[in-house]
Design a protein around this ligand. Structure first.
Ligand code: PLP
Length: 413
């Protein structure tokens, strides 16, 4: 701990040394990486865990009798327990490994939908969802003749909770909303969303893709029925993610993808499926991904999510003030409860042009609709420029961003 934290203030320069990519130059300029909402960089602790796995441990898991297979199975199952403890889930079997947030949402919509959704039922999502939390429900509604209901937002990018309450009815079968908006940074009142749904015995899925890197999530305190996220946004590897589900739901839900690993017995007439979590984990999983995810969680916990939260709050305030001072710049997403994500547009300039000029200065931001086209339609814009900040970013980088934007505006106007 002492090596990373100085008097409970983060030693950012020390932390940055853990991320080899951050000392690179891009386009001849020191990399300023502000695209963490798309994917975060990996500390050497995660890279080493994966490298070590391939150098010393590689074997397939669960059914091997040989030593390497046994050791790898233990490491993989320990990774599941690391995730369980990090999220304060009640049981390890409630943690299902998937290939990422998108896969988790497809698994849930397919499996839950198959069992519980019928014609005329309603599914509630919100206007700020990522396409990955819209499309699986949209397809389900088309297939089953169900209806997709959408919680509207206000101009700050906050959910209209009164409208949400009105949407909840005895036709509602599930509510699926994001914890933190990837485009706006809004932190949604998920505890209240869950409590209101539970009053009517409606289960709730929370898409935590953008929450896990920034805030502490306690699933038992939240009482979420389902929660999902991907490892790559929380400083872990790509291609691995989690679907959490309360045991009582997962036990009742049918398997989604099937094959090796998901069964107890198979005959040509009938298959008996395995208990949780294996019922939902078909085929050889992303073993190094699970191990890498556990290393990422350990890393984040070593720094401490409270320290991370306090520092990112400072960064957000600093960046908001700096960017707001630029003439013609408008921030999209000004919710009271906000994570360190700033989306903005600049009068009469396309976001892509700004992004391209920033890239020439070594500054990586994301431009476009951020997989939230309905949100862009709400604000009547083609896209935004998004700077998403994490604990390894600095105020100096925000200054570079602000100067870079000014330069781009001069060139384009
Ligand atoms: N949900 C949210 C809120 C996201 O931000 C993202 C990715 O940006 C996703 C879902 C999809 O995540 P992935 O592409 O890792 O499956």
């Amino acid at each position: 701990m002492e090596t990373i934290i100085k008097n409970s203030t983060l030693n950012i320069q020390k932390i940055r040394q853990d991320f080899p990519i951050l000392s690179q130059k891009v386009n001849g300029k020191p990399l300023v990486y502000l695209d963490n909402g798309a994917t975060a960089q990996k500390p050497k602790q995660v890279i080493d865990a994966i490298s070590n796995y391939y150098q010393k441990q590689n074997a397939n898991i669960h059914r091997g009798v040989h030593q390497l297979s046994i050791e790898t199975t233990v490491a993989y199952e320990n990774a599941r327990i690391t995730v369980q403890k990090h999220l304060n889930a009640a049981f390890p079997q409630e943690i299902i490994f998937t290939s990422g947030t998108t896969e988790s949402l497809n698994l849930l919509a397919n499996s839950f939908g198959k069992k519980y959704i019928k014609t005329g039922d309603e599914i509630i999502i919100s206007e700020m969802e990522h396409h990955s939390n819209i499309l699986p429900w949209q397809i389900l509604c088309e297939e089953k003749g169900a209806i997709l209901k959408v919680i509207p937002i206000n101009e700050k990018g906050e959910l209209l909770m009164d409208e949400y309450t009105k949407l909840l009815s005895n036709k509602t079968k599930i509510v699926a909303v994001t914890h933190i908006s990837n485009t706006l940074g809004t932190i949604n009142p998920v505890k209240e969303i869950i409590e209101l749904a539970h009053k009517k015995n409606i289960p709730v899925l929370i898409d935590g893709a953008q929450a896990l890197p920034h805030i502490k999530v306690d699933l038992q305190a939240l009482d979420a029925d389902f929660y999902c996220f991907g490892a790559h946004k929380i400083f872990g590897p790509t291609g691995v993610g989690i679907l959490y589900g309360k045991e009582k739901w997962l036990n009742e839900m049918p398997p989604y993808k099937v094959g090796g690993g998901t069964i107890k017995t198979v005959t040509f007439e009938k298959t008996e499926y395995a208990d949780l979590p294996l019922k939902f984990e078909a085929g050889t999983p992303n073993i190094e991904g699970g191990i890498g995810l556990a290393a990422a969680i350990d890393y984040v916990n070593e720094i401490g999510l409270e320290n991370i939260g306090a520092y990112e709050c400072e960064l957000l305030e600093y960046a908001t003030a700096k960017l707001s001072a630029i003439e013609g710049l408008r921030i999209i997403g000004t919710a009271k409860e906000k994570a360190s994500v700033i989306s903005f547009v600049i009068e009469d300039i396309h976001p892509l042009d700004i992004g391209t000029i920033l890239d020439k200065q070594g500054i990586a931001v994301r431009t476009g609709h951020h997989c939230t086209q309905p949100l862009m339609q709400h604000f009547g814009i083609p896209g935004t420029i998004r700077a998403s900040l994490v604990f390894y970013n600095t105020k100096e980088e925000i200054d570079l961003l602000a100067n870079g934007i000014q330069k781009a505006i001069k060139m384009l106007k």
